[in-house]
Structure formats: structure tokens, C-alpha cells
Design a protein around this ligand. Sequence first.
Ligand code: HEM
Ligand SMILES: *[C@@H]1O[C@H](CO)[C@@H](O)[C@H](O)[C@H]1NC(C)=O
Ligand SMILES: *[C@@H]1O[C@H](CO)[C@@H](O)[C@H](O)[C@H]1NC(C)=O
Length: 488
Amino acid sequence: MFFIHLTQFTLYLVAFVAIATLFAIAECFRVRKDDLRPPEPMKLPIIGHLHLMAGYQVPYQAFDALAKKFGSVFRLQLGCVKCVVINGQKNIREALVTKGHHFDSRPNFERYRQLFCGDKENSLAFCNWSNTQKVRRDMLKAYTFPRAFTNRYYSLEELISLGAQSIVESCSGEALTKGVISRSCANIFTRHFCSRNFGLNDADFEEMVDNYDDIFYEVNQGYAADFLPFLMPLHDRNLKRVNRLTHKIRDFVLTRIIESRFEESDPTSEPDDYVDSLIKYVKSEETDLTWDSALFALEDIIGGHSAVANFLVKLLAFLAKEPQVQLTIQEEIDRVLGSKELTISDRTLLPYTEATIFEAIRLIASPIVPRVANRDSFINGYHVEEGTVIFLNNYDLSMSEELWDEPEKFKPERFIREERFYKPDHFLPFGGGRRSCMGYKMVQLVSFGILGGLMQKYTVLTDRPNYTVPVGSLALPKDTFSFRCVRR
Ligand code: HEM
Ligand SMILES: *[C@@H]1O[C@H](CO)[C@@H](O)[C@H](O)[C@H]1NC(C)=O
Ligand SMILES: *[C@@H]1O[C@H](CO)[C@@H](O)[C@H](O)[C@H]1NC(C)=O
């Protein structure tokens, strides 16, 4: 009896130990698999972690706060969208460069689809990676990154000088507005990419520039509806309105820019401009680009002028508050150039002027366009599932106390070392890798030409002294800062 009991007890014990061991092993595996996924905060039903974004001026500030609690890589469930937030220079480089080919897709937000006539693949910035995108980027390079000392570079230099001149001329009369700056930038872009010049008083051109600015503001907004699709009907009217604007832009591009160029372009000659490159490629045998997609690409790149114009308004708004910075720019220009007119070839001679542009870019802290993982991958050892939306926290790289001395202050000299312009490696305002910004050279060249040309003749004051420059996005609303220029 006792024996039986003992045997039974032993059996129970053995069974218990065996089961416990199995559980322990299973637990061990479970923990290990979970361990590979980035940590996540507690979440709520339906909205997930969306409420954690509330109360911040810029969502990226919420990411900073969460990184302090959960580490440099963490998961968020934003509505129905699985996301991973990546912080820190090393991790961001891993996602953009080392594993750039794992994270080269873009989110499938319904809004992007509607803004690009039902197919986000029409958009240069919001499409997934594809052979077509590679071709589009390769074709653009010759125009957006013109090599120094080539004809294309000198022609752009001339156009930027003319653009700067038209802004300087408008300063003598009324206030300097976003409209004036936008139209001057637009003309630089339409002349450079399309060989088309428009009078600054051409009503159709003016309307086109306003429409671009309106759309630029729209695409730069983040909506809760991107993560909670059942809210989309709330945006129906506005999206329809924006859709009408994109059609008006298409009309302008076809009637005033393309005209009969498609039929007339000679496939055997060298391309004259970006329009010609697109036409030749669409007509060629190896093509995988339709004329319709090519027109979208053209419209996107003309739209780059809105980014530059909004940036310039923010730059001037910073400078209106920093008279000492304006004085230092003016002293540098006077000392180096004397009475010679400034051109973009003087860039290397004027490091403080260039540094001022970068300081404004840093403080605006425009986000890197979100990426999507196109396969299961790893960041900093953490498992990231295919289809996850990736936020790269470049706000932290631009504003961190650890990386910058007094990051809240406007101090161009932080971009100067040994009297030369110097960009720290951790500063990534244009992203990186195969989806990096296609326009950063245009931003640098056009901003330099316009800022330099303006500072050479004028000091800038604002009509709104009690303002702060909104940060976290390049876009400003239509009604915004304007400036008074005082002749030096
Ligand atoms: C100060 C102004 C600008 C800033 C801060 C900026 C920043 C950025 C950033 C952060 C990205 C995402 C990069 C990534 O995912 O790694 C991007 C993409 C892009 N930018 Fe810019 N940009 C500016 C102006 C421009 C201009 C003027 C143009 C056109 C001439 C332009 C064309 C593009 C395009 C086409 C993409 C998408 C590239 C792709 O997805 O393959 N950008 N930009
Ligand atoms: C873009 O790529 C992602 C990830 O690879 C995929 O889930 C999504 O369906 C793709 N979107 C389109 C429109 O092809
Ligand atoms: C603007 O700021 C100044 C000084 O900071 C203050 O005296 C003035 O009342 C403010 N004006 C408005 C309209 O808020």
C-alpha cells in the first residue's frame, strides 16, 4: 500500500516535473520569441497607442519621451497600423543604409491613394520601391544634382540669380510675401526642368503656384484617419477639393508646359531638359513608364518649388528675429564679394551663409517620410515584421541635448569648423539610402542664391513680431508671415 502510494507519488512527481519542465521550456521559447520583438507600452482597444501622441506639438516629441522609457527601438500600434519607432544614429543608419533594401516601401495610407488619383505608385515620394522608381530616380539625378562646371549647372546658376533678382526687386515696394517667393521659386523650377518661363503676373501661373502650395500643405499633414480608416469620411470633402486642384495642375502642365512637345520630340537627339528625358524614355523600347506616370513624376518634381518656398519663408522668419545673424551674413558677403553680385558658385566662399540655411533646416526638423518593412527583418537585434510602418526619429538627431550645444537656439556657427562649412554625420535631415531626398541639392542651391542675393541688398523684418516658427513640418498655411525689407 505504502509502496503503491509511493510509486503513485513518484509517478505524480515525475509527471509533475516533466510537465513543469515542458512548460518551462515552452515559456523559455515563448519569452525568447517575444524578446526578439521590440517592447511596447500598454495599449487601449481600437486606438492602440494613438492617445500617447496627444499633447505634443510634434509626434516625434512623443517618440523621444517613449524612447526614454522603452529604449531606442519600440513597437506602437497606431489604430490598425503596426509601427516600429527607431531612435538613435546607429539604429537609423541600420534601417536607412545597411538594411535599406529591407525598409524601402512606404505606407499605404488611403489618403495618399486618393491624393494621387487612386494609385500611390504615381507618387515619387509615397510609392513602394520598384524598377520604375529606380528609373525615375536615375533619370532625375542629372537635373536635381547637376555636376559643377557643366552647362546644366551654369544654366541653373543663371536661373537662380534671375529668381533672386525678381525677389529683390519686389522688396522695394510692398511686403515680401510667400506668394512672391513661391512664384520666383516656381519659375526657377519650370525653367530648369521644363524650359518654360512664366510672367510673374500670369494669372494661370499664379493659380498653379497657389494650388501646389495648397497640396503641399495637405500632404504634410498627419491625420488620425491614416490609422483609423473609419474616420476617412470626415475628410471626404477636403480630399475631393484637393483632387480638383491636382486636375487643374494637370491641365496647366498639358496646355502651358507640354503643349505639342510629346509629338515633336526627336528621339535621336540629346534631351534638352527633364521633360525631354521623360518623353524619350516613354517612347523608347526598354520603357516601363507610361506617359501618364511620367506626367505625375514631372508634376511631383515641379512641386519641389513649394518645399523650397515654404522653407525660405521659415528661414526668413527665423532671421527676422535674429538681427545679429543677418549682420554676420552681410559682413561675410561684403568682405568676400565686395560689390560683385552673389551667385551659387560663391557657396564655398561663404560658409556662414550656408551654415544659416542648415541651422534653419535643423530647427524645422521635418520628419523622414515613413518607411515600410518589405520583409521580416531586424533592427538592433529586434525582430521587425514585414508590413510594419517604420518611423525614423530624426527629430531627436536634430534636437538632442547630447548631440548639440543649446539645441533650441539659432546658432549657425555650429555648422562651421576651421572656417569651413561642416555637417556632422549624425545630422540626417534628408534621410538616406535608396529613398533619400531627391531635392536636397536644389534646396541648398536655390536657398543660397535667394538668401544671399536678398541679404546683399536688404535686411528683413517681419510684420508679425509675436510669432514662433512652427516646427515638425516644412509646410506653412497660405496666410502666414510676410516681411518688410529695409534697404542697406
Ligand atoms: C528643405 C527642404 C526639404 C527637406 C527637409 C526634404 C526632406 C526629405 C526627406 C527627409 C525625405 C525622405 C527621405 C527618406 O525616406 O530617406 C525626402 C524625400 C524626397 N524628397 Fe525631399 N526634402 C526637401 C525638399 C525637396 C525638394 C525641393 C525636392 C524636389 C526637387 C524634393 C524631392 C524629394 C523626393 C522626390 C523624395 C522621395 C524620394 C523617394 O522616396 O525615393 N525634396 N525629402
Ligand atoms: C508596398 O509594400 C508593402 C511592403 O512590402 C506591401 O505590404 C504593400 O502591399 C505594397 N503596396 C503596394 C501598393 O504595392
Ligand atoms: C507682442 O510682444 C510684446 C513684447 O513681448 C508685447 O508688449 C505686445 O503686447 C505683444 N503684442 C501682441 C499683439 O500680442
